[in-house]
Design a binder for this molecule. Sequence first.
Ligand code: TYD
Ligand code: MG
Length: 461
Amino acid sequence: MAKAAKTRTRFVCSECGASFPKWQGQCGDCGAWNTLQEQAPPADGGTAGRFAGYAGDARTQSVRRLSEVAAEDVRRIGTGLRELDRVLGGGLVQGSVTLIGGDPGIGKSTLLIQAMALLAEQMPALYVSGEESAEQISLRAQRLGLPGERVQLLTETCVERIINLAQQHQPRVLVLDSIQTFFTTELQSAPGSVAQVRESAARLVRYAKQTGTSLFLVGHVTKEGALAGPRVLEHMVDTVLYFEGEAGSQFRLVRAIKNRFGAVNELGVFAMTDKGLREVANPSAIFLSRHAEEVAGSAILVTREGTRPLLVEVQALVDQSPLGNPRRVALGLEQNRLSMLLAVLHRHGGVGMFDQDVFLNVVGGVRVTEPAADLAVLLAVLSSFRDRPLPPDLVTFGEVGLAGEVRPVPNGQERLREAAKHGFRRAIVPRANAPRKPIAGLEVVAVSRIGETLGSLIGKI
Ligand code: TYD
Ligand code: MG
């Protein structure tokens, strides 16, 4: 059997598509290096191709007009965890495939066993683990005080057997933890290799779509980053969620990177406790570190992640550089954007940092992707450079352009109201974001150029 399979799997170049019976370092056709990947043989082993005899699945229909398609509401099921429902776009969509990625030990299995225990109250649920033994999972569920009578458990790593058993038990929701441990018998490569991860996932996704089962795939982010990690699956699934957060912090952020049924960048916030993951219902200020005294290099930014505002602290450290090529390091923000902002600061603000190392960090392990962080970055950098603290009751947001202009950002009013709610008294915002009606307790300084921003602060810092 193994011998027969050996003669049938092929190695296909991902660059040019040439196929070889054996693996080799260089493609004999196009000459590219390290592009050969194992691929499953055709289903019937013959020349008809692997999709011979394909009769369609649950989604296959005849050609229709767009307007004729009755837009049924997607059926959503509450998972019982409101923050998870939020990142999924308002609940789990029936028949959807969700990929949950993150570093090992960040809480993927914990989140899913909690969600499954709650979902199992409503529908048949099957949890397949390729990593932990049934005893380990059961022990954890007991410790977390989860009702376990209804969750079905399977420890198995062969995809064909899993699909077989799933066909017998017909779960409506299925968890596979983690995709790197599963293998399909069609391929010879080890579990966790790109070919195995991709092919195993493809089979499971096909099963989910044929049967309308909701599927959760867990994927570890490997040390090498993309290779064989969950990234190779992102295009196959409906929703991609990633865990973020610092190892030392108890907070865990779950971010939707892709969602066919909801907003991307939506953020769910949890805290890891000894009773598992707890939802943080009002997370807008949890990442603010309260300094005992005023410190230089810290600016408070009102960012907006998904559909709600979040107050975060942007920290900068500017220090004389011993290197000919000073360092620019940005954690939680984009490095190129920092370089650009420093150039704008020099050209339009007259402050040069070409002999300074600049380090930037967003407190709490939050990743800020929106350009609305620009003003906060500039103020934090300048405050550290001058070693003068910003007023502690000041917040800011706004995008900075290459011409030195300060551009408006979406949902300015909402951001300002959130800041006022948390006791901030002053805000520096883009002119177009200035509120028409004053916000009680908040003094708003509207700026349209970077020079003005510095001018309005220069007396203070
Ligand atoms: P886990 O869900 O096993 O991580 P993953 O599946 O992403 O690899 O999480 C394990 C970590 O979470 C582990 O370091 C211990 C911690 N943890 C708690 O702090 N409290 C708990 O109740 C549980 C279940 C785990
Ligand atoms: Mg796990």
